[in-house]
Design a protein around this ligand. Structure first.
Ligand code: NI
Length: 258
């Protein structure tokens, strides 16, 4: 038996997989280490694509949602939100993502991003589904929005905030997801967060094709590289590698109902 790894956040719809998508996805499951992959939408089209993947590829699930960097490009917000909400009834759709705030580029404007974030948090509240949150350089505001929806739960994906904020999120019932960044030499803060977050609230992800862990850093990422990410996290937690993977995958199954 291989390891038991669930990739909680992947973008196999990305154009970097256009030349060899079917082959890469088939190869993910050859070693027996990868149990499931959750592909994540960033707009209506990629959310639909994520749902299609669940029908085409075994062991695939989907997040559907509007990413903060995409929300400024949408002509008919009501139709887009209704489209996302309709997809939630698909049996392989686990929740709403990725949603949130990205203040790195400030494009679209912060108030527009916040409006979309809140509209999708409302959707989560109505549907009872978990959310996958993208928070880049917007920790304070993300926390504020999350606190306005105490009934909504989910994941902070490729978490980049402080250990203190992570502890606060955990107290409020949230999960923290770690990507390949935890293996980077220049990311001691993320390892500090991994020490602070209890095992039962940890998840792992690739965010592929981006964020390849060491020793694959700089190359196109895929779910197989979670072997490296999980090994580093197991080491931080002082745990056996296989035991760590099983525990974290059980967290994903519990939160996402898969
Ligand atoms: Ni992503």
């Amino acid at each position: 038996m291989g390891l038991d790894i669930i990739d909680s956040h992947a973008h196999y719809d990305d154009k970097k997989f256009d030349d060899d998508r079917d082959a890469v996805i088939a190869s993910l499951f050859e070693s027996g280490d990868i149990s499931a992959v959750i592909n994540v939408g960033c707009d209506v089209a990629t959310s639909k694509r994520s749902v299609e993947f669940t029908e085409k590829y075994p062991n695939f699930y989907a997040w559907v949602g509007i990413h903060p960097e995409e929300c400024g490009k949408i002509d008919d917000p009501d139709a887009a939100l209704a489209g996302i909400e309709a997809m939630l009834s698909h049996p392989r759709v686990v929740g709403i993502g990725e949603i949130g705030l990205d203040f790195y580029w400030d494009d679209p404007a912060r108030d527009i991003q916040e409006r979309w974030f809140r509209a999708q948090m409302e959707m989560a509240k109505r549907s009872g589904k978990p959310v996958a949150i993208h928070d880049r350089d917007a920790h304070g505001k993300c926390m504020e929005v999350v606190c306005d929806y105490p009934g909504v739960r989910g994941i902070f994906h490729s978490y980049s905030g402080s250990a203190e904020m992570a502890r606060d999120l955990v107290r409020r019932g949230w999960y923290i997801s770690f990507s390949g960044v935890v293996t980077f030499k220049n990311a001691p803060k993320v390892r500090e967060v991994a020490e602070a977050v209890p095992l039962e609230r940890m998840l792992i992800e690739t965010d592929c094709p981006y964020l390849s862990p060491e020793p694959m850093r700089g190359r196109r990422n895929d779910s197989r590289n979670l072997v490296y990410t999980s090994a580093r996290l197991a080491e931080i937690k002082g745990m056996d590698h296989a035991e760590f993977c099983r525990a974290v995958s059980d967290n994903a199954r519990k939160l996402l109902g898969i």
